[in-house]
Design a protein around this ligand. Structure first.
Ligand code: ZN
Length: 261
């Protein structure tokens, strides 16, 4: 893993972070990703190229429209920074491996879906339907190029198993979980299954721990009642990223404590 690879990852992450912002705003509205060009929602002035540089432009404009002074949400630079951070973390984790593009797509998709689920309480099919087969194709190609066809099979089975588990939970408790979560589980099961069954188990377990702890804290503080919706998608995404980025040391430590290694 070289500094050059990490620099490329940071730049790619910033640029695709800008794309993520477009996806996060327009996919829930059902609009086109290509047109119209980005414009200020208040005065309608289109965003100039020099004002469209990730993070830098938002800071230079101090978070306001150049034409009318309307506030521009801090979510835009935050999503771009998060994207850059994820791309660097994934590059540091995998190095120059065949699977690197697949896990860049994995992290980028989870970032988009998390932002959309937090705001709209849904996981759009418009993202999961094309991106799940795209991730599967990248992972199968990576496994075959690495000469490990068994890994490709395990990735697909990981997607099926994770989706099956969440489908079972959605049938038992339809209020807590939606079909969007089931489709998201298929997506992350692919990425976790490629790494191994322990990563699938850790990713799902971490999601329930993270989501459950937060739900208990919010209930205890009286911030949410039992009917209050807490989207589960962001926890699935967080658990999956923990498993991908830190799964190896966590699983090794667990096996060590259990005396299995
Ligand atoms: Zn404006």
């Amino acid at each position: 893993m070289t500094p050059a690879l990490l620099a490329v990852a940071a730049l790619l992450g910033l640029v695709l972070g800008s794309l993520a912002n477009v996806v996060i705003v327009r996919v829930p509205q059902g609009g086109s990703l290509l047109r119209p060009a980005s414009a200020c929602p208040r005065c309608g002035a289109s965003v100039r190229a020099r004002d469209n540089v990730p993070v830098v432009s938002w800071l230079a404009l101090r978070g306001r429209c150049r034409d009318c002074g309307e506030r521009i949400s801090a979510r835009y630079p935050l999503v771009e920074l998060a994207s850059a951070g994820l791309f660097v973390a994934v590059a540091a984790r995998f190095g120059l491996a065949w699977a690197l593009p697949a896990y860049w797509l994995f992290a980028w998709t989870l970032l988009c879906l998390t932002a959309i689920d937090l705001e709209h309480y849904r996981i759009p099919n418009r993202l999961t339907y094309p991106l799940t087969p795209a991730l599967g194709a990248l992972l199968v190609a990576a496994a075959l190029l690495a000469g490990e066809p068994g890994v490709a099979v395990r990735a697909v089975l990981g997607g099926v198993a994770a989706a099956g588990l969440l489908l079972g939970l959605a049938l038992i408790s339809p209020r807590g979980m939606g079909l969007g979560d089931v489709k998201l589980a298929a997506f992350l099961g692919l990425g976790l299954g490629y790494l191994g069954w322990a990563h699938v188990a850790l990713g799902l377990f971490a999601a329930f721990v993270l989501g459950g702890v937060l739900a208990i804290v919010l209930l205890a503080l009286g911030l949410r009642d039992r009917q209050g919706q807490i989207p589960f998608g962001p926890w699935l995404a967080a658990g999956a990223l923990v498993s991908v980025l830190a799964g190896q040391p966590i699983i090794a430590a667990y096996l060590g404590v259990m005396g299995l290694r």
